[in-house]
Design a protein. Sequence first.
Length: 555
Amino acid sequence: MKQRVREIIEAALVRAHEAGALPSREFPPILVEEPRVEAHGDFSTNVAMVMAKIQKMAPRKIAEGIIDHLADPGGVLLRTEIAGPGFINFFIAPAAWPPVLEEVHEAGDRYGASAMGGGRKVQVEFVSANPTGPLHVGHGRGAAVGDTVANILAFCGFDVRKEYYINDSGRQIRTLGRSVFLRYTELLGRTVSFPEDCYQGDYIRELAGAIHEDRGDELEKETEEAAVAYCARRAAREILSGIEADLEVFGIRFDRWFSEQSLFDEGRVDGAIADLKDRDILYEKDGALWFRTTDHGDEKDRVVVRGNGQTTYFASDIAYHRDKFGRGFHRVIDVWGADHHGYVARMSAAVEAMGIERERFGVILVHLVNLLRAGRPVAMSTRAGEFVTLREVVDEVGRDAARFIFLTRHYESPLDFDLELAKQKTNDNPVYYVQYVHARISSIFAKGEEEGTIAGDDLTSPNPDLLTEPEEIALIKALSRYPEAVENSAALLEPHRVAYFLMSLATLFHAYYNKHRVLTETADLTRARLYLVLAVRKVIRNGLSLLGVSAPDKM
RNA sequence: GCGCCUGUAGCUCAGAUGGAUAGAGCAACGGACUUCUAAUCCGUAGGUCAGGGGUUCGAAUCCCUUCAGGCGUACCA
């Protein structure tokens, strides 16, 4: 509908110019918005004010010229008015709304989908937690955001791949190996002093126990280096498969798990370094190899190969991102914890230095999660091994509630996740509020079938024009806004917009439900209302599925 | 010190690209279940959009500045 209004305005501008009412034919992009105040109409535009300078006319005068040349062949406009400093307000004829329902029904599962992506390949890399311990709630937030952003982009016509980058090389993995090996030697009856910088969690003992069970004391016969390496490899593999299982429970499946170690094994790190050196993007200083990131906006150059010959984490990341773009992704989106924000400038600089336009690389910084229980903070420290895992949270509060909570805040806002609140079935926890709409509508259909008034979802020749109640028009208006909500969500990479849309749609539905009956004495009216609520159910289910939340028929 | 993020009702949070009178939930108070699910609805009350300056027809939104909280500032990952 908004699009239709925009077209009407565009046509009026051209006609007004041709008729001499507007001197310049230079028109700005037309902004059509939905005013907060009902008295200002269904839509309004500020074009007249924006054009004042170009046209060298008073805004209200321009507005008059536009209104005089409005054509409305479809008869959607009830009336228009000029208001305030030069707004043009449009009031839509109530009868113009019900036909919108046909669009919802025709598109079905695809309602709200768009072609904005044009099939371009996009990669979303998220979670990518080191395989040194189980996932915690913070990872869960990143997982929910990354997964949903990817879903929404795919829905908007991008060819999306979800990827998990495994940091299976480097010091943390060696530390993991050392931690497990030490616990293992403990099991052999030795007393060891367990260093503070090793991983303290109980899961380390479990991993050591499993190795002890399989291999007995065999590892003792190997060199310590080999034994530690074995422990590291094996522990990382097992932790990773635990992570994969936890993500599966959380409703997330990756298209690809990408190993950092493979970059070394296949010579991609060396390859990237050699290439960048040839192009004079890397230079030597003080025995180290540096990247000229300052040429691309970073505050200082960064080391890629240290004086001792070891590559930095940055080196792997350069090789990794080079590989990503080499795979033909038009756009690459990384989802990181906000504590890595200091890394964004250098990574962006590196990408740009490799000849890739800056807009093609984006980082979503997901802010931290404070885990609470009934208002009190729950201690969280990976190293000390005191933390609540994502799995425990999902087991306790449920996948739907957990995902929804992560997605009802902007990712740049710190999040308090209260376990007790998350279990409550109140409106402080709106996932149930939204799901309840779906259940209620399903229940209406169940009742209708039971009474024999309808058969399944099959509504023969409904007449939407019978939907004249203000609550019905309000619902239809809301449904018509869904595609735009999804597009905005995709354009801004902000999944919470879909969640908020669903909550507001739910509010309108519950109000309608409480005031009017769907199954009435009049067959025509019943069919029309079923047609409406079925459209609502489709959109609720559609939106929830983007968020990775289930749409239950019963609650 | 410098950089990034955050600051909106008692609490938790929305308010993209600057628009007209600032929004929701929770909590508080008062109402609505013989009905298609009350996990719901209706109403009342609640504000110096952290403070100050600026830009303009118009600022929660853009710019400058102060304050508060978080994070980051390695030849760590």
